[in-house]
Design a protein around this ligand. Sequence first.
Ligand SMILES: Cc1cc2nc3c(=O)[nH]c(=O)nc-3n(C[C@H](O)[C@H](O)[C@H](O)COP(=O)(O)OP(=O)(O)OC[C@H]3O[C@@H](n4cnc5c(N)ncnc54)[C@H](O)[C@@H]3O)c2cc1C
Length: 553
Amino acid sequence: MTKPVLLTVDDDPEVLNAIERDLRHHFRADYRVVKAPSGAQALETVQQLKTRGSQIALFLVDERMPGMSGTQFLLEAIKIYPDARRVLLTAYADTETAIAAINKVGLDHYLLKPWEPPSTRLYPVLEDLLSEWFARARPAFDGIRVAGTVHSPSSFAVKDFLASNQVPYEWLDMDNDATVRDLLSGVAGFAARLPLVFFPDGTTLVQPTSRELADKVGLQTRAKKPFYDLVVIGGGPAGLAASVYGASEGLRTILIERTAPGGQAGTSSRIENYLGFPGGVTGADLALRAVTQARRFGAEILTAQEVVSIKREDPYRKVMLSDGTELSAYALLISPGMEVRRLEAEGVDALLGAGVYYGAALTEAATYRGKDVIVVGGANSAGQGAMFFSRHARKVTMLIRGPDIASGMSRYLVDRIADTPNVEVLLNTRIVSARGQERLEGVTLANSVTGEQRDLAAAAMFIFIGAAPRTSMVADLVMRDPQGFVLTGRDVMVEGKRPAGWTAPRDPFPFETSVPGIFCAGDARFGSGKRVAAAVGEGSATVSMIHQYLQTV
Ligand SMILES: Cc1cc2nc3c(=O)[nH]c(=O)nc-3n(C[C@H](O)[C@H](O)[C@H](O)COP(=O)(O)OP(=O)(O)OC[C@H]3O[C@@H](n4cnc5c(N)ncnc54)[C@H](O)[C@@H]3O)c2cc1C
């Protein structure tokens, strides 16, 4: 295997040699360092490396170069190597340019010259970026191929499961590729059994379930022990944060996730308001980092396993999984987040996965390149979705029920949408029906002020119309509000009295439910912040309360 390349570009020979020397000194065991004295020559090198099939992990480029600036070079280079990490070398005076480059080229970092001593000012930053690149670039399970048809709910489900668990795969489109039809012709009755998933070991799964896929690609689906200190239900930001803190502070911790770690945040194309990521972070990246971190501390993470019920058998708390497994623990954290609300309009359900999707369905972006798509909803998630699809679709029409866009969306997104020419916003608008034979062809809209109806052709519709807490599994166990949000802390006290069945000689801790030892954090909790940072904060904070609780059992 040839080593991935670190490409550095600078027109000043002295600086170029110095950075090359420092990079070689630290990274030569794992990477090949290549240098170029100008943007133009570097682009030629990039083309040659691409032709040879080499990987580029990092561009480290001087901003101020004659002919082609560092930002201009990156704009071209990332078309060829979109996954490479991007760092600009700048003088103090160019800081503004570097900050502008964060949006323009998705800059990961800018380094001020000189970078002395490299052990503190250069290597830690680059190591962090390279480990992130490596985690994504390295195929976790080389060579999976999914063959199916684009407008098929079962094909979408398989792609979505693999993508949200960050398992690389190659998509084989049966409708548009004759070689794929040839490949499939060896499988009896294939047309009725799509998708087929081919594995590098020569085996094939036909219309697999998430659990079958998870087992096959090596995701953990079974607990290693029958008993834990802490069982975390739900792998969104709250559950992941609790797992990191729980495991790092010595608790035997297991997290159970029904689909893929990351939760709602994992479906976000770009989270821009999470502390410490000035250039934004994709939900997938954040999830990958959190999972790596939790595992490093020894937490187990089960995927494709759903908690279906919870029992209290003092001093134990027991969870039943969808496959019949029972796990026991001293403490539980419920962090199941929210599930999307369904759009009640004629024809929508029949076209699910065939042009109609809940959430961003990032895997489908390429399918709708150059087509007209609809985004339904007026909150931040819809705004992010519209921005994401505007990069692929010919036109994005946002349908918002209310009279203005700013009431449900952060200012930065409202501004960005206004600056994006291929996004049109229709206010006071609701969907009456969706139509299409085998796939979505269009929708009928109604204006709620004038009552006027009209048709709008669209190849895809992405629905973001809010969510409800996913807490039915604890409906008979803990106190919830009428919407299903779990009450915690002072909210479970009734007229100053502890709730019925409360056995501990103390009031509930802030994130503790009406059952001692069962905690709740994140979006499913009554009064929570409904943000990534809020969920992370709550999940982390719960662990110290769990420690206090454990001292009493
Ligand atoms: C598209 C989108 C974009 C967003 N963008 C931003 C943003 O830019 N900034 C921001 O701050 N916030 C954003 N949010 C909101 C943010 O993602 C949520 O507030 C946050 O994810 C809540 O975290 P959580 O851990 O409480 O729940 P969730 O993220 O909802 O995770 C809960 C997890 O629990 C799992 N689960 C549920 N029930 C069970 C069960 N019975 N057994 C096992 N597992 C179960 C679910 O599958 C899910 O993975 C966005 C939300 C969406 C949908």
